[in-house]
Ligand binder design. Structure first.
Ligand code: URA
Length: 209
């Protein structure tokens, strides 16, 4: 059974609808993406392990909860992943950041890899991979192949929209990686776009079309 979590919080769903509208301007789209990624980051980190730390309040000493273990890694699949990164770093500013350059060949829809930079001790950290669109699954599968090849063991994947075809492909390739998404749309069209979707996420956030 695929491990897919739908983040159906009303604020996430409302903001997603605003982002889907074709007349939403670039600046508003980018701001909404930042807000939605903060909310989704809250959900994807909800089960992190906690430990107790001795602190002193102005009144007394106490054992208070803090997040256990090493800092998280947020791994952005360039370039659209960067749109999710900002809002997540607003919430977890001490997270480490990995960048993975993968683009989709527009003719073959295959993933082409061109860049990889991540913290060296990635095997000891929880890695949250971010890309707004899980369409064919090719880019995210390739990115996670690279992370695993460098030792990453604990990985989660966060996207805004997923196509059923992409979820099937992704969870077959990486059954150990849970997927978190705000919506599962109807299908992919012949050009590999998610329908109804929101168009090209990178173009919409950077105004390149
Ligand atoms: N990438 C996008 O930006 N949009 C889609 O619909 C599919 C892939």
């Amino acid at each position: 059974m695929a491990d897919v979590t739908l983040i159906d919080h009303p604020l996430v769903q409302h903001k997603l609808t605003l982002m889907r509208r074709k007349d939403t301007p670039t600046a508003v789209f980018r701001q909404l993406l930042r807000e939605i990624s903060t909310l989704m980051c809250y959900e994807i980190t909800r089960d992190l392990n906690m430990t107790l730390e001795a602190i002193e309040t102005p009144l007394t000493a106490m054992q208070a909860p803090v997040i256990a273990g090493k800092k998280l890694v947020f791994a952005s699949i360039l370039r659209a992943g960067n749109g999710l990164l900002e809002g997540m770093l607003d919430l977890v500013p001490s997270a480490r950041v990995a960048h993975i350059g993968v683009y989709r060949d527009h003719d073959t829809l295959e993933a082409v890899e061109y860049y990889f930079k991540a913290p060296e001790d990635i095997s000891e950290r929880l890695v949250i991979v971010v890309d707004p669109m899980l369409a064919t699954g090719n880019s995210s599968i390739a990115a996670i192949d690279q992370l695993k090849a460098r030792g990453a063991k604990h990985i989660r994947f966060l996207c805004l929209l997923a196509a059923p075809e992409g979820i099937r492909h992704f969870t077959t390739a990486h059954p150990d990686v849970p997927v978190f998404t705000a919506a599962i749309d109807s299908h992919l069209n012949v050009n590999g776009y998610i329908v109804p979707g929101l168009g090209d996420a990178g173009d919409r956030m950077y105004g390149t079309k």
